[in-house]
Design a protein around this ligand. Structure first.
Ligand code: ATP
Ligand code: MG
Length: 137
C-alpha cells in the first residue's frame, strides 16, 4: 500500500484547523500511520525544501515553516500520494478547485495550510526525514 508525507503547516495549526483536516483525511479513508506535533529545525526545513533552494522565496519559506508547530502526518492508502495532493488543491489557493483544503481555508501561496509529497521518491525521502521507522505503525 502506498504511503505519503502530509503536513499541517504552522498557519493551519495556529488557526486551529488540525481537527478539520484530520477529519477530512479520515472521511476519505486514508490511514494515519504516523502523527506528531513538532517544531521543524532549520536544517530539516532546508533539506525538506531543498529543491527550492535557489528560488527567491526560499528564505521566507524556511522562516515560515520553522516559525511555529506543525503536525507531521504519515498517510497510507490506495494512490494516497496523488489523492492527498488532490484533496489539498493547487499550490496557489486562487487556483485551487472549490472544496479542496487550500480553496476552502487559504488565501495566499506562502501560507497554504498543508503539504503533500509530490512523487513516490519525495514521499520516501520526506517520510524518512520526519519519522523514524519505529514511529510508523
Ligand atoms: P508543498 O511542497 O508545500 O506541498 P506544492 O508542492 O504545492 O506545496 P511547491 O512548488 O513544492 O508547491 O512549493 C512549496 C511551497 O513553497 C508552497 O507550498 C508554498 O508555500 C511555497 N511557494 C511556492 N511558490 C511560491 C511563491 N511563488 N511565492 C511564495 N511561496 C511559494
Ligand atoms: Mg512541493
Amino acid at each position: 500500500m502506498e504511503r505519503t508525507f502530509a503536513m499541517i503547516k504552522p498557519d493551519g495549526v495556529r488557526r486551529g484547523l488540525t481537527p478539520e483536516i484530520l477529519a477530512r483525511i479520515q472521511r476519505k479513508g486514508y490511514r494515519v500511520v504516523g502523527l506528531k506535533q513538532m517544531v521543524i529545525a532549520r536544517e530539516t526545513a532546508e533539506t525538506h525544501y531543498g529543491e527550492h533552494r535557489e528560488r527567491p522565496f526560499f528564505g521566507e519559506l524556511v522562516t515560515f515553516i520553522t516559525g511555529g508547530p506543525v503536525v507531521a502526518i504519515a498517510l497510507e492508502g490506495e494512490n494516497v500520494i496523488s489523492g492527498w495532493r488532490a484533496m489539498m488543491g493547487a499550490t496557489n489557493p486562487a487556483n485551487a478547485a472549490p472544496g479542496t483544503i487550500r480553496a476552502d481555508y487559504a488565501t495566499t501561496t506562502g501560507e497554504n495550510v498543508t503539504h503533500g509529497s509530490d512523487s513516490p521518491e519525495s514521499a520516501g525521502r520526506e517520510l524518512g526525514l520526519f519519522f523514524k521507522p519505529e514511529e510508523l505503525l
